[in-house]
Ligand binder design. Structure first.
Ligand code: SAM
Ligand code: SF4
Ligand code: SF4
Length: 339
């Protein structure tokens, strides 16, 4: 087994989240507010974006020489990137990668689910924040109805992909949807995971008042649909797992704000333009594209990433409350590095 690279707190580099585009067909108010991401917004030019070959080479070097085991494709909306299944099949060839997943808003899944599965994608996490059309359209700000995502979920299932649902919960946005979502997914085999609203980037106007805590979410559901805890699948699993007492269906809550999990964070993020980012809340990344395009050998590339990871001491979420009272730090936007 390849020896993992470890950081200052002995956390291995195990997961690589690869953003394949900074563009999106949604303008979720909490992620890409349309007044900022408008028609004048400068998205990355094509030449700045890593090619499939560059992404595959980096993933392969990190799997072979760095101990990376899991890949997640994200964005922006990853399915806006042309021929994405080709990338999946290239990544699928890499020895040592156990798992390839994708996070998507689901709208393009009816078109692509089958070819993605055939290419080697195992799992999709589909984001759905409400079952109420009015609320959902207000969130995505593109007039896209809930049925579009439900069709995507169905297509993914039909194709044999393992499906999970992510619901970001924000006070004043969708707390009324917590219970309806629990009811809806309880009778499916699909795991729903609630996510505390995070202060990613600088454009979503986050305040602590917007956060509905894990405890509040749990209480709200448990009162009506009694829950019991489920053991974590593995050390470092980000979601706290529960199951409904009556039918055993699982749900999860990801408490990045009120109960941070930095101690076991083994994730690196790669932006579409090839910046390696060691924490979701970093103010910048390290330019791997330059190294990839400079003719560096695999050894040199691995050494570059190793030198970055070995210096890593990020634990933003554990220290968040120290930062929120201070002047805002500059942070990368979520649409640039994915979730
Ligand atoms: N476009 C794809 C999607 O929405 O699934 C992938 C990229 S999106 C940035 C990844 C995930 O981050 C989504 O589930 C989204 O809901 C979540 N997200 C975005 N901004 C967030 C925030 N401020 N707090 C918590 N989750 C957030
Ligand atoms: Fe797009 Fe996903 Fe951000 Fe929504 S959360 S704007 S779907 S990248
Ligand atoms: Fe990992 Fe940074 Fe999130 Fe902590 S705040 S869990 S170090 S990405």
């Amino acid at each position: 087994m390849t020896k993992a690279i470890t950081d200052k707190f002995s956390r291995p580099l195990r997961d690589l989240r690869i953003s394949v585009t900074d563009r999106c067909n949604f303008r979720c108010r909490y992620c890409m507010p349309s007044e900022i991401f408008d028609k004048y917004f400068k998205f990355l030019p094509k030449n700045d974006i890593l090619t499939f070959e560059e992404i595959t080479r980096l993933a392969s070097v990190l799997a072979n020489r760095g101990g990376v085991k899991k890949l997640r494709i994200t964005g922006g909306e990853p399915l806006m990137r042309q021929n994405l299944s080709t990338l999946i099949s290239m990544l699928h060839e890499i020895e040592g990668i156990d798992d390839i997943a994708m996070t998507t808003n689901g709208v393009f899944l009816p078109k692509y689910a089958e070819e993605l599965k055939l290419a080697g994608l195992k799992r999709v996490t589909i984001s759905l924040d409400s079952l109420n059309d009015q609320t959902f359209m207000a969130i995505n700000d593109r007039g896209i109805g809930v049925h579009k995502v439900l069709e995507g979920i169905e297509a993914a299932r039909q194709a044999g992909l393992d499906v999970k649902i992510n619901m970001v919960v924000k006070r004043g946005m969708n707390e009324e949807d917590i219970l309806p979502m629990a009811h809806f997914f309880k009778d499916t085999s699909i795991i729903l995971r609630y996510i505390e609203y995070m202060d990613v980037g600088n454009s979503n106007g986050w305040t602590l008042d917007h956060v509905i805590s894990k405890q509040e979410i749990f209480n709200m559901i448990n009162k009506e649909l009694p829950l019991e805890p489920v053991e974590p699948n593995y050390v470092g699993e980000v979601a706290d797992r529960f199951r409904f007492k009556d039918n055993g269906q699982e749900i999860g809550i990801i408490s990045s704000v009120t109960d941070a999990f930095c101690a076991s964070c083994s994730r690196a993020r790669l932006s579409a333009d090839g910046k390696l980012v060691t924490c979701l809340f970093s103010s910048g990344g390290h330019d791997v594209r330059d190294v990839l395009r400079s003719g560096a050998t695999d050894e040199e590339l691995a050494a570059f990433v190793k030198s970055i990871w070995e210096k890593r001491d990020d634990r933003y979420s554990e220290e968040r409350l120290k930062h929120t009272n201070k002047q805002q730090l500059k942070k990368i936007e979520m649409s640039h590095i994915g979730g």
